[in-house]
Design a protein around this ligand. Structure first.
Ligand code: NI
Length: 173
């Protein structure tokens, strides 16, 4: 299993710095906790069939453009084209109407290497924790439908993550 710990550390430091004092909504945890949870969902299914270093980079950086305002060109300079393009695909296009953003992102993720698919699945698995108390039943239902769309679009990339997202959807409240 390929594992470059120095690359992981450099990427984690970059992501932690980019997200700064941002917190995981509703939890009070530093944002980097979310990033590490996503990375370890992917790490858990590492089986030698994908590039683990690349997957870890995409996991740690997946929200750096959408939620921390890092420019894609900055990612390109720091981590190269492949990572910049993967993170771009994982970033919703806020020029589109809100209702179209997830489908558009999923289309772009499907045009990327498998590692990017795994990160999207891992992100939603991580986020399928009990919804914040202030969320309406309608909002929860919408989140669940969206999770199912992610599972349907990307599940074929990894059987273990597909099973895990289905399990999380079934128990989501
Ligand atoms: Ni995320």
């Amino acid at each position: 299993m390929s594992w470059n710990q120095d690359l992981f550390k450099r990427t984690l430091d970059f992501a932690a710095k980019a997200h700064g004092t941002q917190q995981v909504p509703g939890s009070g945890f530093p944002y980097v906790v979310h990033l590490v949870k996503v990375a370890t969902e992917v790490l858990r299914v590492a089986d030698g069939t994908f590039d683990l270093d690349f997957a870890m980079q995409c996991a740690l950086l997946h929200d750096s453009v959408e939620d921390a305002g890092v420019a894609v060109v900055t990612l390109r300079q720091a981590f190269g084209d492949r990572v910049a393009e993967g993170v771009s695909a994982l970033t919703k296009d806020d020029a589109l109407p809100k209702a179209e953003r997830m489908a558009d992102s999923l289309r772009r993720v499907r045009g990327q290497p498998k590692e990017v698919w795994l990160v999207k699945l891992a992100d939603r698995i991580t986020n399928l924790e009990p919804a914040p108390a202030h969320w309406s039943a309608e909002k929860r239902a919408g989140y669940r439908v969206e999770a199912q769309a992610i599972a349907d679009a990307l599940g074929e990339s990894n059987a273990a993550l597909a099973a895990r997202i289905r399990e999380k959807i079934a128990s989501y409240t």
